[in-house]
Design a protein around this ligand. Sequence first.
Ligand code: NAD
Ligand code: IPM
Ligand code: MN
Length: 356
Amino acid sequence: MKKYSIALIPGDGIGPEVVGATVEVLHALTRRLQTFELAFEEFDWGTERYKRVGAYMPDDGCDRLRGHDAALFGAVGAPDVPDHISLWGLLLGLRGPLQLFANVRPVRMLPGMQSRLRDVADPADLDWVLVRENSEGEYSGQGGRTHVGQPHEAATEVAIYTRAGVARILRFAFETARARSRKRLTVVTKSNSLRHGLVLWDEVAAEVAAEFPDVAWDKELVDAMTVRMVARPRTLDVVVGTNLHMDILSDLAAALAGSIGLAPSSNLDPTRANPSLFEPVHGSAFDITGKGVANPVATIWSAAEMLKWIGEEDAAAHLMRSLETVVSRGETTPDLGGSLSTNQVARAVSHEIANT
Ligand code: NAD
Ligand code: IPM
Ligand code: MN
């Protein structure tokens, strides 16, 4: 039987709650299918470790993950550590160095979910794949501070866009669009005001588009894109854009589709030189940590994306069917109007897996 090794990084806040729930569901799935095994190795990387030994993860953290087929991540961030320390100490310290350059965020309504948009009645009206450049751009980490503490203190935050980095994410996005039935791609930039890097994006988009004559593509400026997502959701299929633009648009998309508690994401190294990392879009949610009410759906859905990526498509489909059935019955956490706890949702999904 095939055996995959999966790194678990539960992290902070509700991370351990939603990852724990997801692991329970994955156990139910492998028990039911008996076609492959998952061996989990859990890493204690996070704020508790930072406070103990001064680092969110060991120096060779990326190498340790390289021994695994994939990683499942919860969340990082704590109320008493500055967010830029925690995020660069762990999540951003993995995405860049592991060259997880494609962040894929599917957005669609699960059965029974209500969109906040009045004219989205049919699930097909809101069915997008957001592709986020995940290794450079506004998140390049370059910059610094001068005249520290002085009234004229200055800071720079330099966005870096490389031709190679832009071309590889655009090619990935065109391929993603080509694989879908509607074969449409919208490239988001802001090349009216950002006249260097985002003009490069526009130029490379036109070049890469020539390789994909079967994909219909258009461009949208990011400000206008927020309006289009709300006013004309049906005109969108696959959307690609920079690291920061797609970070913001993906939270908006999650809210339009129902709840941030549903939104999954994949941080992919499409070359497969490194293991890819799968995580919910949401963060560590201090306000609900420890209350047992965190919605595990985003993490369970992320795990289904992980199964697809490692080649277990049938298992992923079985998992998604079971998840959708449970959600459509209204067996949800309070953010979706239900009254179940995190663990009760996991149990319901596991039960559905076992019985279908
Ligand atoms: P957040 O996503 O943690 O929370 C935003 C709101 O959504 C909160 O009201 C929260 O209760 C709710 N929410 C989030 N996930 C939910 C779930 N699964 N079920 C039900 N409700 C849910 O975003 P934030 O408040 O901006 O950030 C909190 C911390 O998390 C910060 O330290 C931030 O830097 C970090 N963060 C980490 C990640 C990550 O690890 N990938 C992502 C975003 C934010
Ligand atoms: C996300 C998160 C992260 C990001 C933060 C926590 C660094 O918001 O995955 O969307 O901006 O990438
Ligand atoms: Mn975000």
